[in-house]
Design a protein around this ligand. Structure first.
Ligand code: ADP
Ligand code: MG
Length: 445
């Protein structure tokens, strides 16, 4: 195969996998040779090779075939292993080779690096318990919470710990998306027996972001059977999702109820203390990378206050701050922080409007917006209305009279009454507290 042709294939791949996947995974591949239907690529690390093979292998073969090449298998090799110059190392270590069927685990996601605070202590404790192995106490463990709150981190931590304790344990970790992809590939290639065999033979199955399979009927079905087979033979299952089982739309009822059978725990949005703790825990890492730079607690406190979206954004901010300060050769001060992160800080400031709140709340309770704002006083409308008022008071800077005006011209005392009522109910009714949590999270996205 000529280089020109490979360049064309690359372009086609870019269009199918998207720019960011392309630059992370496809661009690092170097075509080496094509022999007997096997295309060989040089890759910087095993991790990249494994990942590409699992996630983009079929697409690469497909595009090569389309370009007229006779390819039915791919091989990835790391040049340094053949004594050539090493390329830059990935931060993430490759998974142990015998786990070829598991998605790679991030070596940094361990219990040691997980900072525990009020919002995640229950999830952490449950994860710890499962990671101890031994008799299966709750099955499945279902972890849920918003984006970037540490679900994947905890799952990887469990997998690392289990393998440390029992190296022979067959732990299979993958995303629901990868589950579907493998299932579909198995169907297409008529390898369902292999597929079933693989999934039924694991000791611990971990499926990340399970909400992904909602609405995908045959994948759900297969997931259900896999799940039941494993539970029946006493194997541990750990699942994560961005919301509680009952809240996942288009997920079959029987799956929801199976998922609820074990222990369901959620990761709450971070609070200030947890964010500060996480930032402080990362500082040593940066200090080692940038020995000339120092960051004082004031800056960390500022970040913990101002960036309340999620941990991923928080980490990104810290990375950028160090890189920026080192580039411009300046100390990390509050001013520098504000300059460097003005966009992140502004985005975190994003103001939710009363209208957005009304829309989300009425969607959530399945009522019409006009009924929420209108005069009807039946409980079905009044309760969501009060919830929307409460959120408007909490999440916007509008005054009570301003909020009242947006609720069909109601008086400010009505708004105040609504807000108080919800405050009382929150303490008494966990359903309302959960609803509020969910709505607040959805509005902050
Ligand atoms: P999720 O899967 O819930 O979207 P991740 O587990 O990918 O979130 O977490 C996003 C990033 O934030 C990761 O880099 C993770 O290490 C970090 N992170 C999240 N929570 C914590 C925590 N409690 N302590 C340390 N790092 C955390
Ligand atoms: Mg995740």
């Amino acid at each position: 195969m000529t280089n020109d042709l490979w360049v064309k294939v690359l372009q086609a791949l870019k269009a199918t996998v998207g720019a960011s996947n392309y630059s992370s995974w496809i661009a690092p591949l170097e075509f080496a040779q094509l022999n007997d239907g096997v295309a060989i690529f040089d890759v910087p690390t095993n991790f990249i090779g494994n990942y590409v093979s699992q996630n983009f292998g079929d697409q690469i073969i497909y595009q090569l075939k389309k370009a007229g090449q006779d390819v039915d298998r791919l091989r990835f090799r790391v040049p340094s292993q053949r004594g050539e110059t090493a390329k830059p190392k990935e931060k993430t270590k490759p998974a142990a080779p015998r786990d070829a069927s598991s998605a790679p685990l991030d070596a940094r996601f361990t219990f040691d690096t997980f900072v525990v605070g009020k919002p995640n202590e229950l999830a952490h404790a449950a994860a710890r318990r499962v990671a101890e192995g031994g008799p299966v106490t709750f099955n499945p463990l279902f972890l849920y919470g918003g984006v970037g709150l540490g679900k994947t981190h905890l799952m990887h931590a469990i997998a690392h710990e289990l393998k440390l304790r029992s190296p022979d344990l067959n732990v299979l970790y993958l995303s629901a998306e990868q589950f579907m992809y493998r299932f579909i590939t198995a169907l297409r290639e008529r390898k369902m027996m292999d597929f079933k065999q693989l999934f039924r033979s694991v000791d611990v199955l971990m499926v990340d972001d399970v909400q992904f399979i909602a609405g995908k009927d045959s994948t759900q079905e297969e997931f259900f059977h896999t799940f039941n087979a494993l539970v029946d033979s006493g194997k541990q299952i750990i699942i994560s999702a961005d919301r509680a089982p009952g809240e996942i739309k288009d997920l079959e009822e029987r799956i929801k109820s199976r998922l609820q059978c074990g222990l369901v725990v959620d990761l709450h949005p971070t609070d200030y203390e947890l964010r500060l703790g996480i930032l402080q825990s990362k500082v040593d890492f940066y200090a080692a990378q940038y020995p000339d730079l120092e960051i004082d607690n004031g800056v960390l406190e500022f970040l913990a206050h101002r960036i309340s979206t999620n941990v991923r954004v928080l980490e990104g901010a810290l990375t950028r701050l160090f890189a920026f300060a080192s580039l411009v050769g300046r100390e990390i001060t509050l001013e520098l922080t504000q300059d460097c992160l003005s966009d992140v800080l502004k985005a975190s400031d994003r103001k939710v409007t009363v209208e957005e709140i009304q829309r989300k709340v009425s969607e959530h309770y399945n009522i019409r917006l006009s009924d929420m704002i209108g005069p009807k006083r039946v409980r079905n409308y009044a309760r969501p209305r009060q919830i929307a008022m409460y959120l408007a008071k909490q999440m916007t800077s509008r005054s009570l009279p301003e909020i009242g005006r947006r609720f069909g011209g109601r008086d400010h005392t009505t708004v105040m009454h609504g807000v108080r009522r919800i405050e009382e109910l929150m303490a008494l009714d966990s359903q309302i507290a959960d609803d509020l949590e969910l709505l607040r999270r959805a509005l902050q996205e």
